[in-house]
Write a protein that binds this ligand. Structure first.
Ligand SMILES: C[S@@+](CC[C@H](N)C(=O)[O-])C[C@H]1O[C@@H](n2cnc3c(N)ncnc32)[C@H](O)[C@@H]1O
Length: 233
């Protein structure tokens, strides 16, 4: 991967100046941003080929999943990010990569979209929202094939820290919602949490309260205490 508009030295200078802390994003000349390696999640949620598909990533942060969807052949990729700084950095990375991904800086709860996508991703965002169920109801109709939700359960480390209780594992088999805390539990955390869900609770919201999806498959997330719901139309 090379981009004639940026030399290796120019990209190294940008990497030294910017604090790209969130995602490890692949850049030209074998370079990458510092940040968490999300390849395992990518391989769980995306097929090898996304040729011709459209992908919406809500809460796209630095855009890792958008760029990877494009690499796998998606022809229309949109990342929505509320945070101004993360949005700015995603746009800078887009230029460096020479990507055609579109990024919008907006709050998904304030401005809905009138476009449908084959894949809609909502990864590790639900527990930051004041109204997560409203967000699911907004996003479900936008997904043509699948809505992918990565979410913390009551086994999530941060949730356990705020409750000071380690819930027995089998509680995750009950349809429960946990009310988490907005207070950060360490200097590193980004604004705390709102709600966590057990898998059966989320399934009830997705299929019982309203028949939003034909099938919901819950798989383990590579992040401990989290799950991934693959919600198929
Ligand atoms: C924990 S990060 C997850 C980032 C990425 N989806 C991932 O899994 O690697 C949550 C992201 O969602 C963004 N976010 C939170 N609420 C949002 C909203 N209402 N609309 C758009 N983005 C939002 C945050 O700014 C943050 O970048």
């Amino acid at each position: 991967m090379t981009n004639p508009n940026y030399s290796k030295q120019q990209i190294e200078k940008i990497l030294a100046e910017e604090r790209f802390a969130y995602h490890r994003v692949n850049l030209p000349y074998g370079l990458h941003t510092r940040g968490r390696d999300r390849r395992r999640t990518r391989d769980l949620i995306f097929p090898q080929s996304l040729a011709g598909k459209s992908v919406l990533d809500v809460g796209s942060a630095l855009g890792y999943f958008c760029f990877e969807a494009e690499t796998r052949g998606a022809t229309r990729v949109l990342g929505i990010e509320r945070d101004v700084e993360r949005f700015r950095q995603a746009c800078l990375l887009k230029q460096i990569i020479g990507s055609r991904v579109e990024f919008l800086q907006r709050d998904i709860l304030q401005h809905s979209l009138d476009e449908k996508f084959d894949y809609v991703c909502l990864l590790n965002v639900l527990h930051h929202l004041d109204d997560p169920i409203h967000a699911i109801h907004l996003l479900a109709p936008l997904a043509r094939e699948v809505l992918i939700i990565e979410f913390p359960t009551i086994e999530d480390a941060k949730f356990c820290k705020t409750t000071r209780i380690r819930f027995p594992k089998h509680y995750n088999r009950l349809p429960l919602m946990g009310v988490s805390s907005r207070k950060a539990t360490s200097k590193k955390t980004d604004g705390g949490q709102t709600f966590v869900f057990t898998p059966p609770a989320l399934i009830r919201i997705l299929q019982d309260h309203q028949p939003l999806f034909r099938e919901v498959e819950i798989i383990d997330s590579p992040v401990r205490g989290r799950k991934i719901a693959l919600c198929r139309k």
